[in-house]
Design a protein around this ligand. Structure first.
Ligand code: GCB
Length: 616
């Protein structure tokens, strides 16, 4: 979906069809193993709050004097004494580190929400017969990409990668890359303009210039089948893509060859390797895999495991599993975060989860996290729940919005489907039940299954609490459950309501007996260091006791197969403006934004230590 999605797709449309339509023109899934030029570093930027660089108000404003993407050096033009007039100069603009959100660039940029132009120059030596692509790992939220003054493509969606071919636009020597980034969210964006986290703007993840041979491997994937065989698919693009021999080598385990069809697609069905070591959180074995075809090779490190649901059990490699997890937003460190997920930051967060909390699972909320994080989860042994930000309210009736959601889902699945860690695709979070919303999510669930039948589908649902014969009963009243493999609910009894904490273990849960359930969220705010035994909200004591009581409640749900409480770290949220306790931060973290562990951290860590190794 390198283009802004435009064609409407009816919610009733065939999912398999949708899956084919949703394949982006280029994926370059093996990008990280390829010959590439990292365009990270200092770029210049120019604010454009009125979007003058993009709009021409009936010719009233001469657009050319505002077009930041023009291939010219304004200072040189001025020195030449031109009569043309420019109201920008990208070369002399302020500097900013890419990747990274602009919010940390200067105090005035912290709350800037709108269009910003970014530019950098780079040299690209000509390479005969090769193709060139720009791969953006994420631009939040819309991107308008120009190379040497020419529009190369656009993209919508702040957390997924996109690839644009630049073979013809690239020049020998200096190239001028300009990217307009619009962070504005509206009623038709995903997410919309209301969330409970900070909507950062900018080129938030790395950008690379990638070279490939004329015919190249665009996509290559392997999965372990339930019978122990390994299924694979490789897609070539280019003039020589048809009828090519493709080879895959899985470490020293196995080598297989297949030929591409007329569309450049080769499929593999590899006999069960005798000595396959399966991937699991306890033993996150990854194999070095090499795919080659013609003159092209891509590498990946792939783990092999199965995931399934049987009755109300979740089975990993055929064995019942309890998901000892936590929810996670991307890193926000200190008072002026830029949300740039470095490998070091990601490793520190995942270590705190795996080693500090004794967890085997992480909910990567509420959007696809960086590729670095998902790859580290593979390497370190943490199962992953992955979601796209179809969150709270979305314009359910609008086919164009559905199409955006499906495209975003497809980009996520194509990016991560070689990651053994990822076991659950979620199609939504806390969306109020209505027929239009259920049809929307249903289409998403069908789309996920068409794109990836090997993983489980879930959604974080709202619960319904009512009195039944004098008892306080919690149920899931949501027709979407029919579309899900694993039920998941967010519950905040004891925090947002008036429940006393002692009441929590007495609440009755009436949930389907034949389906696994996860508590995808529960949590309470605490300001790190605020201590008081009087069980006041926002104290560490209250949060710790809330965890004890909620865990006692959870123990009584017979189909409970996992937990991902809300949340590892305090995170910025413009909705949270209590001046004493919040000050712009959601305080439900088990650690503060600077990493200080609160009392509840120990409660959950002890609980998970006790649970480790015990099947439900
Ligand atoms: C939720 C949302 C999450 C919020 C959390 C809260 O249910 O899914 O994004 O941050 O509650 O703190 O209220």
């Amino acid at each position: 979906a390198a283009e802004l999605p435009s064609t409407a797709l009816s919610a009733a449309g065939s999912a398999a069809n949708a899956a084919t339509q949703l394949r982006p023109a280029f994926l370059l899934t093996g990008a990280l193993s390829r010959d590439s030029q990292d365009l990270s570093g200092q770029w210049t930027y120019s604010k454009d709050l009125y979007r003058t660089g993009l709009t021409d108000i009936n010719g009233w404003v001469a657009k050319s004097r505002m077009q930041r993407y023009r291939d010219l050096d304004v200072a040189t033009e001025e020195a030449r004494g031109t009569t043309d007039f420019y109201e920008f100069d990208m070369d002399r603009g302020p500097r900013i580190a890419v990747p990274g959100a602009w919010n940390a660039a200067t105090p005035e940029m912290r709350y800037y929400d709108g269009l910003v132009w970014f530019q950098r120059k780079f040299k690209a030596p000509a390479r005969e017969g090769e193709r060139a692509f720009l791969r953006f790992e994420a631009v939040n939220y819309k991107a308008y990409v120009y190379l040497n003054g020419k529009e190369i493509g656009r993209h919508e969606g702040g957390f997924t990668p996109f690839v644009l071919e630049v073979t013809d636009a690239l020049k020998e020597g200096d190239n001028r890359l300009t990217v307009g980034v619009d962070s504005t969210h509206d009623a038709q964006s995903i997410p919309t303009f209301i969330t409970d986290w900070d909507l950062y703007g900018g080129i938030t993840r790395p950008v690379r210039l990638i070279r490939t041979p004329a015919t190249f491997i665009d996509d290559a994937t392997l999965t372990l089948k339930p019978d122990g065989r390994i299924a694979g698919e490789v897609r070539l693009q280019g003039a020589q893509a048809a009828n090519q021999a493709v080879t895959v080598a899985i470490g020293a385990l196995s080598t297989a060859t297949a030929r591409t069809d007329a569309n450049g697609r080769a499929v593999f069905d590899i006999p069960a390797p005798a000595k396959l070591e399966r991937w699991s959180p306890d033993s996150p074995k990854l194999y070095d895999v090499r795919f080659s075809a013609g003159g092209d090779t891509v590498r990946d490190r792939i783990g092999f495991r199965t995931i399934a649901v049987k009755g109300n059990q979740i089975l990993l490699n055929g064995k019942p599993l309890f998901l000892r997890g936590i929810s996670l937003h991307e890193e926000e460190f200190g008072p002026n975060p830029a949300r740039n997920m470095t490998e070091q930051a990601s490793r520190a967060l995942l270590s705190e989860i795996k080693l500090g909390l004794n967890a085997n699972y992480v909910r990567l909320s509420h959007y696809p996290h960086s590729e670095t994080t998902v790859r580290l989860a593979d390497e370190m042994g943490l199962l992953v729940w992955s979601e796209i930000p179809v969150y709270w309210t979305v314009d359910w009736e609008n086919p164009a919005v559905l199409r955006k959601a499906l495209a975003m889902q497809a980009e996520t699945i194509y990016r991560d489907r070689n990651r053994a860690a990822v076991v659950l695709w979620s199609v939504g979070n806390e969306t109020p039940v209505s027929p239009a919303r259920t049809a929307f999510h249903g289409a998403m669930a069908d789309n996920v299954r068409a794109l990836d039948p090997t993983r489980l589908v879930s959604a974080a649902l709202l619960v319904d609490r009512h009195k039944e014969n004098g008892e306080d009963v919690t149920v899931i009243k949501d027709p979407l459950v029919d579309k899900l493999d694993v039920l998941a609910v967010n519950t905040y009894a004891g925090w947002y309501g008036n429940d006393t904490l002692d009441a929590l273990p007495t609440l009755k849960w009436k949930v389907p007996a034949d389906r696994p359930l996860i508590l995808s969220e529960f949590g309470a705010d605490a300001l790190a260091g605020y201590r008081n035994d009087g069980m006041k909200k926002f104290t560490e004591e209250y949060q710790a006791q809330y965890y004890r009581k909620t865990l006692a409640m959870a123990e009584k749900i017979p189909t409970l197969r996992g937990l991902s409480p809300w949340i590892l770290k305090d995170f910025q949220s413009p909705r949270r403006e209590h001046p004493v306790f919040q000050d712009g931060w959601n305080r439900k973290g088990l650690v503060s934004e600077t990493g200080a562990r609160k009392q509840a951290f120990g409660v959950l860590s002890d609980y998970y230590r006790g649970k480790a190794g015990t099947a439900p």
